[in-house]
Write a protein of this length. Sequence first.
Length: 178
Amino acid sequence: MGFRVGILTVSDKGARGERADTSGAAIRELVASLGATVEQYEVVPDEKEVIASRLRQWADEGGLDLILTSGGTGLSPRDATPEATLAVVERLVPGMAEAMRQEGLKHTPMAMLSRAVAGVRGRTLIVNLPGSERGVRQNLGQLLPVLAHALETLRGEAGDHVATAEGVERAGGGSTAA
C-alpha cells in the first residue's frame, strides 16, 4: 500500500492568489519517488489556528501518513507554522529538523534561522519545510532516504532494519532506498 500525503502550503500571498505555489509542486514531485499519493493539498494564510486546524483534520479524519508543510518557518512575525505544528503533535522527531538545517547550512548560512519542526500525531508524521522551492528540494531531499521507513514504522509495518550509507536495508537483504 502506498503512502497517503497531504501538502499544506502556508503563505499569505499564496492564499490570496498573488503568488504561485512552486514549493507545493516540488513536494508533489519528490514524494512521487516514495510511491506516495497526494490526497490533500491546500494553500492557507499564515494563521496559527488555521494551520493547526488543517493539520488536526488531515491527521485525525483524513488518516494521512505524512503531512508536509511549506512556509512559515522563519522569523517574520507572521511565521506561525512551527507553533501550529507544536500545538498538534504528540511526539517530536528532532533528528529530522536537525538534518534539514544541517543540509541547508551547506547552501546558505540563513538555514540556521529555520524554526522548522517535525513530529507525530497519532500515526501521521508532520514535517515543516521551507517556503522556497529550492529549500524544499534541499530539505525534503535530505529526508527521502528515511521517510519510507519512518512511515512504515508509524503504521506498525516495519521489520528489522539496518541503516547503511545508501539508505535503509531490511535485515537479511533488500534495500528500501530509492
